[in-house]
Design a protein around this ligand. Sequence first.
Ligand code: NAD
Length: 355
Amino acid sequence: MTAFWAEPDFDAHELVQLVHDRASGLTAIIAVHSSHLGPGAGGTRFWHYADPAGAMRDALRLSRGMSYKNAMAGLPMGGGKAVILADANRTKTPEMLAAFGDAVDALGGRYVTAEDVGISEADMVAVAKRTAHVSGLPVEGEGSAGGDPGPFTAYGIYLGIKAAVAHKLGKDSLAGVHVAVQGTGSVGGGVARLLARDGARLTLADIDAVRAARLADELGGVAVGADAIMATPCDVFSPNALGAILDDRGIAALDCAIVAGGANNQLARPEHGGKLAARGILYAPDYVINAGGIISVATEYLARREGRLGDVAEVNALVEKIPGRLEAIWHDSDSTGVSADVVADRMAQKLIGRG
Ligand code: NAD
């Protein structure tokens, strides 16, 4: 058996902590990839892994991803992530969340947590009873930062799509631009609503077909089956559901000029960025375009550390820098011939002192 620190996913993590609490049954991994720019920030995932090695892999990849995302978002935060290994019934108890809060607290602020898949705002409120190193808590006052990061993620993606359309199609308006949206949940639904306001033509899909159909009715778009969305002829394909959809098959199916959406880890393998570029498709690196949520979460946390409530205007101002970062990546990519995903990774590595 190879030790996990010899695996490429380890990527010189600064800290990997295994936590087991007998009394509550909590088993968790807390990973901090880099604290070069600040405390390692990233959400906690609550998930049942058939194979615990999968939990370690997830923690390490997600934590490195957060280093890159936070650096490219211009945040004074490093990258980290926690994974709570759920049992097959996904039993989650207040005692487990308390033990998890104690484990985060024991790191003295090296890791700052928030929600991720399987963890709700209410869970974070429970964790916050044991540690101050928590974000993604309910909004405390009118116009203050906090709460659901989804709308901020959606806003950044909408701005990124506008920038991509200007860069690739030379259009300064979204009127009549056809966007195929995969996933109409918190992020995809928000993106679709913003695009509709600008007169974009929408094709929507979700495995929850009723959800997609309702949104299509509301916005005057068209709903198609979840298996048809990637092959929809369109200007922009916007993935806002699952990761790893850009594999050989997915890329071959695409009939678009641009891929720009919020799903994490869209490229199935690193070489798929080059494959998209070889097809002449402009790609918005996922962790750059979908940083709106972490910008909200980090702004809330940093303000609270200063004893004040962060404000939504502060969050929006940072989210509005996302298109400029994408443009810098695309310009570099155009002039060097290096694919956009690789350009983004190199920029991020430089920012965290590993370039
Ligand atoms: P969500 O659960 O609200 O919505 C996801 C939607 O995708 C659901 O409606 C689900 O039915 C649908 N879906 C699942 N599989 C699908 C498939 N195969 N085809 C079509 N639709 C499918 O989640 P969300 O918060 O909107 O997050 C969406 C994606 O964006 C995830 O990959 C998430 O990791 C990423 N992301 C979210 C945020 C955030 O702030 N919420 C931030 C960064 C990245």
